[in-house]
Design a protein around this ligand. Structure first.
Ligand code: NAP
Length: 309
């Protein structure tokens, strides 16, 4: 591994997980960290999320040959400005933001002349903050690297090796393609989850206790996604607006087809779609991207909890 010192800006779920993963998998690399919130910095020091925690961004990046911005996409520009005069010559600057086109533009305009290679590890949970991170978050998860056209291939290869060493599988694509793919695989599903949970809680004829009591009917899985960090997701929709709107149009068209099928009693249309989607779920399980056990293995947890009670 050719990096010697990694600086992590933002010590929440992603930054904390990177810090822990580097210390576990790449113990030869020194880690330093900064977060704008002093309480987060204190907790990060207690948990040992990075080898050294600094009170300023400029101090944290001193001597680092890889800097990773792990802040909400709306804060990327500000985080980049805070390090712009302090970067070591030749340092690679990357990030983990969930949308890429606006992030790439912001980094290029603030850090002119720096070696910028944005990335997005497609790994996460609904938890955030300095207590949420864990060293194995990236194991067998994809990390999408979106290098600018003029990026030095040797530096891109260094970053790819870094993510592979943390356990990730890496794919390279251009930022525009990334934003369209993630709009449909991640951003629209989150929008649907936020909306359906909001709709259910607003329904007057269904009481709050009924929503909670009968949640295992599918609703429970939406509530997990809808518990995701509101700042992060607000920023994702503000920053990936075009791709999300395009995919949302497609989704609404398909939803209208299903509404029509239900209205006219067209069982064949429903059956065809549901069969196709079932095979997609099987492919995801076959690729090791989800738990094949019924109910995502929850029954096992529940049985184990009963046994220990
Ligand atoms: P998080 O747990 O909320 O952590 C972000 C941390 O960055 C917070 O402590 C925040 O402090 C701090 N911060 C904000 N602005 C800063 C700045 N200018 N300088 C330094 N620190 C700053 O969020 P996260 O889940 O790790 O998400 C971080 C990034 O990862 C986002 O861009 C997100 O799109 C991306 N991502 C997230 C997931 C996921 O599942 N969560 C998955 C893939 C990618 P305050 O809270 O005080 O603002």
């Amino acid at each position: 591994m050719s990096f010697r010192r990694v600086a992590i800006m933002g010590l929440g779920l992603m930054g904390g997980s990177i810090g822990l993963a580097v210390q576990r998998h790449l113990p030869g690399i020194a880690t330093s960290g900064f977060d704008s919130d002093p309480a987060v910095r204190r907790r990060a020091a207690e948990r040992g999320l990075a080898g050294t925690i600094h009170a300023s961004a400029a101090e944290a990046v001193e001597g680092a040959d890889l800097v990773i911005l792990c802040v909400p996409v709306g804060a990327i520009e500000q985080a980049a400005s805070a390090i712009s005069g302090a970067l070591a010559p030749g340092a690679v600057v990357s990030d983990v933001g969930s949308s890429k086109q606006t992030v790439c533009r912001a980094l290029a305009s603030v850090l002119q002349g720096a070696c910028i290679i944005p990335a997005h590890p497609v790994a996460g949970t609904e938890n955030s903050g300095p207590d949420a991170g864990f060293a194995t978050l990236f194991h067998r998860r994809w990390c999408i690297v979106t290098p600018p056209a003029q990026a030095d291939p040797a530096q891109v290869a260094r970053l790819v090796s870094f993510w592979q060493a943390l356990g990730a599988m890496v794919e390279t694509m251009d930022p525009e393609h990334h934003d369209r793919v993630l709009a449909v695989t991640s951003h629209i599903p989150h929008l649907i989850a936020y909306t359906i949970v909001g709709t259910a809680s607003d329904l007057e004829e269904v009481t709050r206790s009924e929503v909670i009591k009968f949640s295992a009917g599918g609703f429970r899985d939406f509530t997990r996604i809808a518990a995701s960090d509101p700042v992060m997701w607000r920023d994702v929709f503000l920053h990936n607006r075009e791709a999300v709107l395009e995919m949302l149009e497609r989704f609404l068209t398909d939803l209208a087809v299903m509404r029509e099928a239900i209205g006219t009693g067209d069982g064949e249309t429903m059956f065809d779609l549901f069969s196709r989607t079932r095979s997609i779920r099987r492919s995801i399980v076959a690729l090791g991207q989800d738990d094949p056990r019924p109910d995502f293995g929850r029954e096992d947890h529940e049985q184990a909890a009963l046994r220990t009670d």
